[in-house]
Design a protein around this ligand. Sequence first.
Ligand SMILES: [Cu+2]
Length: 454
Amino acid sequence: MTSRRNFFRTAGAAALGAAAVSRPALASLPEIATQASPRTQPPLAPSVGRPYNPVVTLNGWTAPFRMNDGVKEFHLVAEPVVREFAPGMKANLWGYNGQSPGPTIEAVEGDRVRIFVTNRLPEHTTIHWHGILLPSGMDGVGGLSQPHIPPGKTFVYEFTLTKSGTFMYHPHADEMVQMAMGMMGMFIVHPKDARRFKVDRDYVFLLSAYDIDPGSFTPKVNTMLDFNLWTWNSRVFPAIDHLVARTGERVRIRFGNLTMTNHPMHLHGHDFEVTGTDGGWVPKAARWPEVSVDVAVGQMRAIEFDAVAGDWAFHCHKSHHTMNAMGHDVPTMIGVDHREVADRIKKLVPDYMVMGERGMADMGEMEMPLPDNTLPMMTGRGPFGALEMGGMFTVVKVRDEQKPGDYSDPGWYKHPPRTVAWEWNGELPLAVRAEAPAADAKTMNVRKPNGHNH
Ligand SMILES: [Cu+2]
């Protein structure tokens, strides 16, 4: 587990971000901001324009903007990037402004935005503003609503944000390839009145999936379903940062799904409510309590809860999505006693090893040699041992003593006395067995389709 104790030390400086970029206000194009780090950057408070409560992008950042005659101007650059999925594994992706996913765009309901999009990819692209209500010609569908943006060219999108909510952006040009390569980002429109829908912490991230062969660097873009890296903001556990909160705080987590399958997102220790979709805010009377919510392909969900002290798992409930690259065509060995066969094979292949005869938990501890640029299948350590998780998993850390606005890692939870599951060391009762069935019931009758009994 990487320590994040210090990475928010720069939080004070971040508030200057928007102002620093407005410096060349007279230049024709806004400055291109890039981000080299895959760490979670502190919330970027606006220094100009209508005030809002900024979000925190998990393992990501918010794009700075400049004000130009009352219009908020952003500059996105579509380009090849190198993204670290976790220490020990990097991938050649396509993204925006140095990262995949691209920076989160934040603006306010009623704002007029002008977004410059420069294409540094080897092929044409566009950007579709998923869920945002805008003029048809700004919708970004290449060939339908605009000509494609050729390599080397810059196009301008301009529209007024008519409603608040959580939206996404992604190409609508060679979509299968460009999304499989990691081109996507979040677009947050804050309510005009900053007190509406206010929460204490507001996290946001995208779900994306990749198929990268062990030892290689570039996603296989033709894969339809059998992806092997299930990511949040192009990171896998244990390299997905923790979400932290103070006990009792109101926390919102927004997630959009741009993978090719659905993800039942499950939070431990809390009841939550779905308070937003990509269609907008859910009216209070229409919310119901949940502990899991499915987010389908192309959807967004915002959940809210009152934080309860503890270390709480937060993950996709498809267990194959909480694993890193693995072979899915491995036979199940549970209950198979292959000692004799293994001994014979070992005479021929001294390093031969049998896996999975007691389940696969051993794999979490096992240190097998892996090809370069390959992550262990499941990994991450907690205070009690191996977590046996990878992929779409992280921990929500809620502490009584976490200061408001402090996003640093508080370390592992200190459980109150007698609140951790303990080992029973007393006598075990004798097993109680059901009476054996009558002897003649042991014969199994099989009726074959042609009607003959055997
Ligand atoms: Cu999933």
